[in-house]
Design a protein around this ligand. Structure first.
Ligand SMILES: NC(=O)C1=CN([C@@H]2O[C@H](COP(=O)(O)OP(=O)(O)OC[C@H]3O[C@@H](n4cnc5c(N)ncnc54)[C@H](OP(=O)(O)O)[C@@H]3O)[C@@H](O)[C@H]2O)[C@@H](O)CC1
Ligand SMILES: [K+]
Length: 494
């Protein structure tokens, strides 16, 4: 399951296909696929207690027809109708197969004691926060031992964006039809889906190129060193980070680059961060620079730059960001560098690749005008795409599902993150890591994708290694633990 299409394109493809098929064919294909997954999930279909949550649209129709199929195989199927209307033919099919409709006040005990619940409240036609009684029915899925199977999309999750605005179904399995929807890949929606199963209903030929792609390890083409490799061929990354006031970010960023496979890391800054980087990472070549436009002249040859972590945002920081972006090399700008860029967007007019790695607040500043952090968090897909187009850069939007956008390309979703990564300093590790991959010759999109994947995986490995032996096997981590776990993350790929 790797590709997702926007809802409008799914509907257009469905309509094109439906025009060539007898009426109802697609819904029968969807219902058959849904019922087949339910049969697989139940230890025994005969005698199993199945509850359908049925909304007023075709999503409810799918659930009713799937329920009819399960009833014909001997399941005890009960439907709870959310509104006054329900798909009439689906309802008739369920009744004919021996299923029945429950009164509303029986919904709670039925869901609680069911073996399996099918959520057919809303699918791609759901808009905005769930209204009552849909919302109350969706909430029942949070407190049941039943297996919860969402039909197409967990109700309450916006299929197009992953936005969750109020109550939403929490599914163990989401059975989706034709193609994945972006909201199944992007948090907070993705976190509600459980395992996603794709049912082929024959849309393939009618679907355009995908809008969103989930990253898989086999998509990452990280160059491995060969016997002829030397430090220059593996890539020299230059890092301009830290200030007299902020030193930790520089140490972590250099760590990300060293463990990210750079042939050499050149670190340039003012004396205090240089001293600390030298102590922690003796393998880095350090240069003390002044915070002026001519600063880089002393640094030596590099193949890519990282600028920003702990840099401060004063005139000196601006001079350094400007100096780096005036080179003709790939550049990654992060943290304070992004704050500087928000007032100097003219610096983004350049030919060489530029990678920006903001979190939502930094992206809001970069986009300016009407963008607010909460707005960006709520509609991450739309904003990352807009940022890539407006800023002419590869934009990596950090978050519980990190998104990577480049103009006219499907947005990439990184699946490896962990909430434990939401801690100070992990972003600095990520920028050093991506910088090393850029210096190694990967394109901006490849480097950002591989960096996000490895960084998320290192976070997961660190969180579980730290807690091994405990019940959940997870524990809090610091940014330095992510640096330490990077080699293990790389090893999973070879
Ligand atoms: N097209 C095809 O070929 C195929 C489509 N297929 C299936 O159809 C699904 C799309 O069906 P759809 O278009 O009928 O919309 P759907 O998701 O059922 O939602 C509409 C219903 O939800 C309600 N509702 C909406 N928002 C709400 C809210 N916030 N709070 C409360 N209620 C809300 C809305 O109520 P209304 O606003 O009309 O009062 C209406 O009753 C798709 O996901 C897939 O499962 C498959 O069979 C394969 C072939
Ligand atoms: K649903």
């Amino acid at each position: 399951m790797r590709y997702a299409h926007e809802v409008g394109k799914v509907r257009a493809a469905e309509q094109a296909l439906m025009a060539r098929l007898p009426e109802g064919t697609l819904m029968q294909r969807a219902a058959a696929g849904l019922a087949a997954v339910c049969c697989r999930l139940l230890p025994r279909v005969y005698g199993a207690h199945v509850v359908l949550l049925v909304g007023g649209g075709d999503n409810g129709g799918d659930a009713l027809y799937a329920g009819a199929r399960l009833a014909r195989r001997g399941a005890r199927v009960e439907a709870v109708l959310a509104g006054s209307k329900a798909h009439p033919q689906g309802l008739a099919a369920l009744r004919e197969a021996g299923g029945r409709v429950l009164p509303a006040d029986r919904a709670e005990p039925a869901v609680r004691h069911a073996d399996l619940v099918i959520d057919g409240l809303t699918g791609i036609g759901g808009t905005g926060a769930l209204r009552e009684p849909y919302a109350a029915l969706a909430r029942l899925t949070e407190d049941t031992d039943a297996i919860v199977v969402a039909c197409d999309v967990p109700s309450g999750v916006d299929a197009g964006t992953g936005r969750v605005d109020g109550a939403a179904v929490r599914a163990d399995v989401t059975v989706t039809f034709g193609t994945c929807k972006p909201g199944l890949l992007i948090d907070p929606g993705a976190a509600r889906c459980g395992t996603v199963e794709l049912i082929d209903i024959g849309l393939g030929a009618d679907l355009p190129d995908p809008d969103v792609v989930a990253v898989w390890p086999e998509d990452l083409h990280i160059p491995l060193p060969s016997p002829e490799s030397d430090k220059y061929r593996r890539g020299v990354v230059g890092i301009v980070a830290g200030s007299e006031r902020y030193t930790g970010a520089a140490v972590l960023c250099v760590g990300g680059a060293v463990r990210g496979g750079a042939g050499m890391v050149r670190f340039a800054s003012v004396p205090r961060p240089v001293e600390l980087v030298r102590q922690r990472w003796p393998e880095a070549v350090t240069t003390i620079i002044e915070r002026t436009p001519a600063a880089l002249e002393k640094v030596g040859r590099v193949q890519a730059w990282v600028v920003g972590p702990g840099l401060g945002t004063d005139r000196g920081a601006e001079a350094l960001v400007e100096a780096v972006l005036r080179t003709e090399l790939p550049v990654l700008v992060d943290a304070d560098g992004l704050t500087v860029l928000a007032r100097r967007r003219d610096l983004l007019r350049r030919q060489a690749p530029t990678v920006l790695t903001p979190h939502a607040g930094e992206l809001a500043r970069l986009l300016g005008r009407d963008a607010r952090r909460e707005e960006i968090e709520a509609r991450r897909l739309e904003h990352v795409r807009r940022a890539a187009a407006e800023l002419s850069a590869t934009v990596l939007l950090k978050g519980s599902t990190t998104l990577i956008a480049e103009q006219d390309r499907p947005v990439r979703v990184n699946p490896t993150g962990t909430p434990w990564l939401a801690t100070a300093g992990t972003g600095d590790v990520l920028s050093g890591l991506i910088g090393a991959l850029l210096a190694g010759g990967m394109t901006a999109l490849e480097a950002a994708t591989a960096g996000a994947y490895l960084h998320g995986l290192a976070g997961r490995l660190a969180a579980s290694a730290a807690g091994s032996g405990a019940r959940t096997g997870q524990a809090p981590i610091g940014a330095h633990d992510v640096v330490t776990a990077l080699p293990d993350a790389f090893r999973t790929l070879s």
